[in-house]
Design a protein around this ligand. Structure first.
Ligand code: TRP
Ligand code: SF4
Length: 401
């Protein structure tokens, strides 16, 4: 069975918090059981906005990887690596830049948005404009089918799809493609070859889009095909040329908005976070200091959970019976806010305990995480090299002159 490739990356921002855990990491941990996964640290992307002060980037890389491992990303199932260790990303970025229309980059919505948001920095740079193209190279170089990201990244994935399509259109016309495709059909064997031809006819003559999905499923079940033949058959199916770069799809994480200590979304820029490696005393102190419904001045004043950020944490962490207890006790003022906060403190500490234990294990011996990264880089690089061979050949820069 041909497995789909999942890829995602994160910029090294330093210590991760519960927002990252609930929003991203639990999802990665789940996906690694179902797909072949690649997760990487996008340190070059960090440079696009931090080029004036890169000093913390390298230190943040290892910190962040320790947090990934602590959260349960499993190096035996997923390749974990660092972007700047795979120079092929840069080469693909360069080659793609030759065929990327400038207006495509200028109209990616994050370009103007981020420039305005980070107006204290000069982001009228070449690197910043090219951010989505570098991201496209990150994805396309692994022929990743699926990219788990948040809503804000969807335009970048769509951009990567457009780049892949343009690339295949421009360079996918391999000489003798038709004959090679027929040869590949024959290799499927009598029955499968017939089924493939039927599905191809159904799509091309009747425009039946469902035939494409069925044909992909059919090809996914064939094990003995080479990667090149598989691409030819995908291309032949749709009447285009060879599919050299695969069009990726965004995989939206179910919107899990982790509330922060003040009720806004948890984010470092709001200073309302609980770090994954926050000491238990500090977690307790922070939650005890959380603002509550301002109507509850004295313990005897009734309150309303809807107006209280602690209630949002109960919705994330507490069972129905506890939530009913909160609603009643708050409105009847039958307990104080510190009593109400205790179950949340207990749940957060219980969630963090195994994460922090694993983090300690990796912190004690930095060589562990470094070795994991070295292994991950090796696995990633093997795939990247293979793609680059095809890309160079397609663009006529493979040194064959
Ligand atoms: N731009 C992404 C972010 O800020 C990080 C990233 C870089 C990425 N390259 C990627 C995510 C490739 C997914 C795939 O979150
Ligand atoms: Fe918030 Fe609980 Fe206090 Fe009500 S009792 S205001 S829900 S902390």
């Amino acid at each position: 069975m041909y497995t789909e490739h999942v890829l995602s990356g994160m910029r090294p921002t330093g210590a991760l918090h519960l927002g990252h855990y609930h929003g991203v990491l639990t999802n990665w941990v789940k996906l690694q059981h179902e797909y072949s996964c690649l997760f990487f640290v996008a340190d070059w992307h960090a440079l696009t906005t931090q080029y004036d002060d890169p000093s913390r980037i390298s230190q943040n890389i290892l910190e962040m990887v320790v947090d990934w491992l602590a959260a349960g990303v499993d190096p035996r199932q997923s390749a974990i690596f660092v972007q700047s260790r795979i120079p092929e990303h840069a080469e693909l970025h360069l080659l793609l830049s030759m065929m990327t229309p400038l207006p495509w980059l200028e109209r990616v919505p994050t370009y103007k948005d981020q420039q305005e948001k980070l107006s204290s920095k000069d982001l009228s740079t070449y690197g910043f404009l090219g951010y989505p193209l570098l991201q496209a190279a990150d994805i396309l170089i692994y022929r990743a089918n699926r990219v788990p990201v948040g809503e804000d990244q969807v335009p970048h994935i769509e951009f990567a799809r457009e780049i892949a399509r343009r690339f295949n259109h421009l360079y996918g016309r391999e000489p003798g493609f038709e004959e090679k495709a027929w040869e590949a059909v024959k290799k499927l064997g009598g029955k499968k070859a017939r089924q493939y031809e039927e599905l191809r006819a159904r799509y091309q003559q009747e425009g039946d889009k469902s035939a494409i999905g069925q044909a992909h499923a059919l090809l996914d079940d064939v094990q003995h095909l080479s990667a090149a033949d598989r691409e030819r058959l995908f291309g032949h199916l749709e009447g285009s040329g060879k599919v050299i770069l695969v069009e990726p799809q965004a995989m939206l994480t179910a919107a899990s908005r982790m509330p922060g200590l003040d009720g806004q979304k948890m984010s470092k820029s709001y200073a309302n976070t609980i770090a994954l490696r926050e000491a238990p005393e500090s977690v307790t102190k922070k939650i005890r200091a959380m603002p509550t419904d301002p109507a509850r001045v004295r313990r005897s004043d009734p309150g309303e959970p809807q107006k209280c950020p602690v209630w949002q944490l109960h919705q994330t962490y507490s069972e129905e019976s506890c939530r009913a207890w909160v609603q009643e006790g708050c409105r009847k003022a039958s307990f104080g806010c510190l009593d109400c906060k205790q179950p949340v403190i207990d749940s957060v500490l219980k969630e963090l305990a195994p994460i922090q234990e694993r983090a300690r294990y990796y912190q004690e011996d930095a060589a562990l995480a470094r070795n994991i990264l070295a292994d991950g880089c090796e696995k990633a690089r093997e795939i990247a090299r293979e793609t680059m061979r095809d890309v160079r050949e397609a663009m006529g820069v493979d040194g064959a002159f």
